[in-house]
Design a protein around this ligand. Sequence first.
Ligand code: PMP
Length: 282
Amino acid sequence: MSRIVYVNGEYLPEEDAKISVFDRGFLFADGVYEVSAVIDGKLIDNEAHLARLKRSMSELKMTPPATGDEIIAIMEQMVERNGIDEGLVYLQVTRGAADRDFAMPTDATPSLVMFTQKKTLAKNPVADKGISVITVPDIRWKRRDIKTVALLPASMAKQAALDAGANDAWFVEDGFVNEGSSNNAFIVTEDGKIITRHLGNEILHGITRKAVMELARRENLEIEERPFTPEEAYDAREAFSTSASAFVMPVIKIDDHTLGNGVPGPVTDKLRKLYIEMAKAG
Ligand code: PMP
């Protein structure tokens, strides 16, 4: 069955959802995006996603295609029209179509596109087992705090992981882990501390990262926001990644190093459970 896709004011069957070949998203990756999870038909932490979208647009001096309230209304329509009980809403904003020129057009009308994916998020058998990651050099640009559609390095990293028989990749720069290909990276040390890289332009300021850290603090778990090396990760008791599309995902192997007993650890399991409870509670 065809999905309903939103394109610049219209709800269309996906076959009819089209964008100009002159759209700067296509020509220059001149676009930003957000992904919000849906559980029980409700958008999770959506205000925070929209606040980040606003910031991404503002950092790139993009004109917002609609107000926050209008965007929320369209997202809710998309959930309803596509019958999404559990899954994802993707929201793509580009600077719009203009004759090809590196200089940014002042008169282009920004494009707003949304589509949905049905996905089982809470009961995920992959999360029961945990995943393996490889480390790869971080070849991305220096403004990773902006959530742009320039995802080729992330796609290459993910593919390198799959080609190596792993599930995902963690980006390493100057000897330290920045984040995952599409998630934030965490380790739990032998003495039970949760470590994740501090915020900055080097990583995306994950919405799930923030929510999970708040949950951890409520549990009186100790968190250190600092860089950690792959070697420290190899010796960690547990590891996990966070994202809107996978929540808290246990990592049980990093490069050739199996962590602990090779099964998701108790801190990770607890945080995943708490996050899902919070999401379900709305
Ligand atoms: N880092 C990167 C590079 C990502 O692409 C994502 C997910 N889009 C994240 C972190 C996680 O962010 P969030 O929790 O807001 O989904």
